[in-house]
Design a protein around this ligand. Structure first.
Ligand code: SAH
Length: 355
């Protein structure tokens, strides 16, 4: 038997191995939360040289259309001031920069608040958005003034809790160490039946129910802010609009799927977002759900094709690259249907374009 943790030379793998060796398996939720905190804190994961590419990094069109969406709903709500642009997990700050450049042309110049846990990414965001203020969470965002919030590929990085139907009943899915010193999913000891919605309790052996308490908590907090302060929010991510059973946990490393239980902290761990659950959480706090639609259809409705044509007229030599980016953002076999856009607004605010 190899020494525990030799499957990942990293400090986090060693710490997990010691923890599990001394106290037994840890929950998938803890494993994912600590792995991602470690992963994001230490690097810029975006771009060709990194692990994955996000929509704002594909084309300026993505952020621009989001900025125009925000300016449009803000104008139709009567241009309330003060107004705050809030972004959760802004990556390199590219979306914020593109969105606010487009919004300014439409007369919207908000205060900028970026919620970011990673010191490495905060440094990059400061270059893109020097006027911003940074916060660890939403509590630092002012309590007065309308909120225009955007979160792209943020919810999918938050840790999920997995419950698995064992012979004896529902248990939490945990991470242990096998005889080879590798991290492996195992079934926990404590009964968790009460945590499973009644409609799912009778599901067959090995069924996995995945929930994301952190995502539900953040969406609830955003909805509470919208109801109290006015405003609108866009959550964009890959996910499904109807709840499904099964584990969606995956690791992405160097643009490929990897084993989530190998090398914790060295790959991006993500799951599909349960948009039905998110809409429910928002409605409970008194926000209006504007809808959850496919990213491709939403961008088209906002004028993606016209924007691509305008950019091509301004830079004809870039025509092929602009067309490739348009396709990547909107085509059904690319990001167009897997990615969804969920819109929320304060009660009394107008409906959002594209929903
Ligand atoms: N929105 C960006 C980046 C997506 S990657 C884009 O579309 O390009 C996920 C982002 O969320 C990163 O900025 C990461 O550092 C941040 N993040 C992940 N978990 C977080 C947490 N718990 N609190 C704050 N930020 C977090």
């Amino acid at each position: 038997m190899k020494a525990p943790g030799t499957n990942g030379e990293g400090a986090l793998a060693t710490a997990f191995a010691r923890l599990i060796g001394n106290f037994g398996p840890i929950s998938v939720m803890r494993y994912m939360g600590e792995a991602n905190a470690h992963y994001y804190a230490s690097r810029d994961p975006l771009g060709a040289a990194g692990d994955f590419v996000t929509a704002p990094e594909i084309s300026q069109m993505f952020g621009e259309l989001i900025g125009l969406w925000l300016a449009d709903i803000w104008q139709r709500a009567g241009r309330p001031e003060p107004v705050h642009y809030v972004e959760l997990g802004p990556g390199r700050g590219t979306l914020a920069r593109d969105a606010l450049r487009a919004a300014a042309k439409a007369g919207l110049v908000p205060q900028v608040h970026l919620i970011e846990a990673s010191p490495a990414l905060r440094t990059l965001q400061r270059e893109a958005m020097p006027q911003a203020r940074w916060h660890d969470d939403l509590t630092g965002v002012p309590g007065d003034g309308a909120i225009l919030l955007v979160a792209n590929e943020f919810l999918d990085a938050l840790p999920v809790r997995q419950l698995v139907r064992a012979e004896a009943g529902w248990r939490e899915r945990m991470v242990g160490i096998d005889g080879e010193g590798r991290f492996r999913p195992v079934i926990g000891d404590c009964p968790m039946d009460a945590a499973v919605p009644e409609s799912l309790r009778g599901a067959g052996t090995d069924t996995i129910v995945e929930t994301c308490p952190a995502a539900a908590a953040i969406v609830s907090e955003v909805a509470t802010r919208l109801a109290a302060q006015g405003g609108a929010a866009l959550f964009i991510d890959y996910g499904h609009t109807e709840f499904r059973t099964g584990s969606t946990l995956q690791a992405i490393r160097a643009h490929r799927k990897a084993d989530p239980f190998t090398d914790p902290g060295k790959a991006d761990l993500t799951t599909l977002v349960d948009f039905a659950g998110m809409a429910e959480a928002a409605r409970k706090q008194g926000a209006c759900w504007l809808g959850t639609v496919e990213q491709g259809a939403w961008l088209q409705a906002l004028g993606l094709n016209a924007r691509a044509e305008a950019l091509t007229r301004a830079a004809p030599t870039q025509a092929a690259a602009i067309e490739a980016a348009r396709n990547r953002l909107a085509a059904p076999d690319q990001m167009g249907t897997l990615f969804k856009v969920m819109g929320l607004a304060a009660p009394g605010w107008p409906a959002g374009a594209g929903f």
